[in-house]
Design a protein around this ligand. Sequence first.
Ligand SMILES: [Cu+2]
Length: 146
Amino acid sequence: MTPTQWMPRLLGGAGVTALGLLAACGSGGPTGTDGTVVGVTLSEFVLTPSPTSVPPGAVFFAARNVGQGIHEVVVLQTDRVPDALPVTGSQVDETASGIQRLGRIENIQPGASAGQRIDLGPGRYVLICNIAGHYQQGMRAALRVP
Ligand SMILES: [Cu+2]
C-alpha cells in the first residue's frame, strides 16, 4: 500500500482529519478528540476489527484487504448477534427489521485500503462483508459502543 492509494477515497469520504489520525495511530489505536480508528482486516473469509469496543462518537473505519479477492465492509446497527443475521439468497438482508445500515466501504481490491468515518452512538454493531457468500463463510464481527 502506498499513501497515494489512500488519497482518493479518504478525501472523498472521510476528510483530512481522519488521514491525520491514521498517520498518528496506525490501526486500532484509540482516541483523540476527532474520533477513534477501528482497523478492519479483510481476507478469505475473515473480517477482524481492532479494537472491538470503542467510545461513542466519530469512528473512522480503516479497512485493509490482505486477501486475494475483492471485499467490503458494511456497518450495521443491530442487537442481533453477528452469526444470526437474516440472509436472503447468499447475502444478509440489510433492510430487515432490527437492522440499520450506517455505512459501506465497497469494492476494496486485494492489497488495497479504504476508509469511512461514521458517527456511532452507544449500542451494538455488526461488521460484515456482504459480497455474495462471504458472510456465510465467516466475514462478520461484532463491534460494541458502551
Ligand atoms: Cu468478502
